[in-house]
Design a binder for this molecule. Structure first.
Ligand code: HEC
Length: 138
């Protein structure tokens, strides 16, 4: 019994080391997924044409339409119900969206998606986003 006490004391003093060596708790909480960072808003005049549509989409729409977003979750369910693969829940993977449809949906909203004003997304920014997403043409 006697040698147990010193080793217990040592372990208490070296708690950070002992803690690190401990095995992971079985059935413990799952690891926290990495935080989804959105692209920065492109610099310069927000009313100027020719902006980076992918970066604008990430910044302005990404909270809902990147992986894990509530828009992606709802659309994945809809696309799968239509017999499409789950990847089509991401707007960036869609080939059937027209630029006009993207603009109309952003300005008017659609069911669970709120409409976005010209303050949130300017017409020039929406043009660039629509060009990026509207792979089915104008
Ligand atoms: C607050 C969250 C939110 C933001 C921000 C948002 N959306 Fe959405 N969006 C949704 C949701 C939710 C849906 C699915 C609506 C439904 O069917 O209920 C959706 C649907 C859409 C659709 C329709 C897709 C389809 O198959 O019907 C398009 C296009 C779209 N969003 C584009 C955009 C664009 C472009 C932006 C950025 C300018 C944007 N959204 C910003 C939540 C959002």
């Amino acid at each position: 019994m006697k040698p147990l006490l010193p080793s217990l004391l040592l372990c208490l003093l070296a708690a950070p080391i002992c803690g690190r060596a401990a095995a992971p708790i079985p059935n413990g909480p799952p690891p926290i997924p990495p935080y989804q960072m959105r692209a920065a808003l492109p610099a310069g005049d927000r009313l100027a044409a020719g902006k980076d549509g992918a970066a604008l989409f990430s910044n302005r729409c990404g909270a809902c339409h990147l992986a894990g977003g509530m828009g992606t979750n709802l659309l994945t369910k809809q696309r799968m119900a239509a017999g499409e693969p789950p990847e089509n829940g991401l707007l960036a993977n869609r080939k059937d969206l027209t630029q006009t449809a993207v603009k109309v949906i952003v300005r008017h909203g659609k069911l669970a998606m709120p409409r976005l004003t010209r303050v949130e997304v300017t017409d020039a920014e929406l043009d660039a986003i629509a060009k990026y997403l509207g792979k089915a043409g104008p």
